[in-house]
Design a protein around this ligand. Structure first.
Ligand SMILES: [Zn+2]
Length: 293
């Protein structure tokens, strides 16, 4: 089976030609071509939709059995509509993306959220494929936390836990959500970059005592929010993904020492890297149950 998977982020739209043999077997999802073009998010909805179309037309899409899209923004699972998007992509909220793309290409195009897509990829094809339920934290601009409750794939299977806005520190830093002390103000790439290190590689290599304390606080805060997710959801596996995991070789072992002093649930770094978005959308399109797309 020949498929196109697309991953629409705030900066780039990644797309891939993916050949699928056995639909349930991770090793039979083969990416044969992978391209990335600018999203041009600030130009708004029409420019972004045009770029999504361009990213699909980069391949011989007529020869493909399936086209699948993962995108930033809150997406209604059953209809593929963008029900909420921040101002990163002006006017994106309300875009019936699945309908627009299906009409344009004359075939079914399934659209899901990008964090959900990464969770599905890791849960079924990556780090979590041998586990019954998976909690995934995505450490990026913010802190995403979504939970895959089991091994079926429909509107009930995926829970957006919103644990990024779990209050870790009473009366702490102000958050964009209006609360104070939310986890994502401490556990995100944005939070780490506050310490004058736009380059996180330098932070993870620091010998400076103050910055070492920043890192040990970060390991404690991350462990604390994971501990809370285990109390609430009891996942079989916890997966940590997002940009900082690309540098995991510099911090994962130190973090594990802290984590293991608090929690006993199995934990693993995400294993599919920046391919998770395109793979998850294709997997969901083939194996998911959608009412209206
Ligand atoms: Zn918040």
């Amino acid at each position: 089976m020949l498929t196109v998977g697309v991953d629409v982020g705030g900066t780039n739209i990644k797309s891939a030609l993916i050949e699928v043999g056995d639909v349930k077997d991770a090793s039979s999802y083969r990416i044969s071509k992978f391209v990335s073009i600018p999203t041009q998010a600030s130009e708004g909805r029409d420019a972004v939709v045009a770029n999504i179309i361009k990213s699909i037309e980069h391949f011989d899409w007529r020869a493909c059995d399936i086209i699948a899209v993962a995108t930033a923004g809150t997406v209604d699972w059953d209809s593929g509509e963008i029900v909420y998007a921040t101002n990163t992509i002006p006017n994106y909220t309300g875009t019936k993306l699945s309908k627009i793309l299906s009409e344009h290409f004359g075939k079914r195009v399934v659209v899901i959220n990008d964090a959900v897509s990464a969770l599905i990829a890791e849960g079924f094809l990556g780090a979590g494929k041998r586990y019954d339920s998976v909690m995934m934290f995505t450490i990026g601009t913010g802190l995403g936390a979504s939970f895959l409750t089991g091994k079926t794939l429909d509107s009930d299977t995926i829970v957006d836990t919103r644990l990024g806005h779990y209050v870790l520190h009473d009366d702490g830093r102000e958050c964009t959500c209006g609360q104070k002390g939310c986890a994502e103000q401490y556990v995100s790439a944005t939070a780490l970059k506050r310490y004058g290190n736009d380059n996180l590689y330098q932070l993870f290599h620091t010998s400076d005592i103050v910055k070492k304390k920043v890192l040990s606080d970060y390991y404690k805060d991350l462990s604390k929010v994971i501990a809370r997710s285990i109390e609430l959801y009891d996942p079989a596996l916890v997966v940590i993904g997002g940009g900082v995991i690309e540098m995991s070789e510099y911090w994962w072992q130190n973090f594990l020492k802290e984590y293991k002093s608090k929690c006993s649930a199995p934990i693993a770094p995400a294993s599919l890297g920046n391919k998770a978005g395109v793979l998850g959308s294709v997997y969901a399109n083939i194996n998911g149950v959608f009412k209206n797309q």
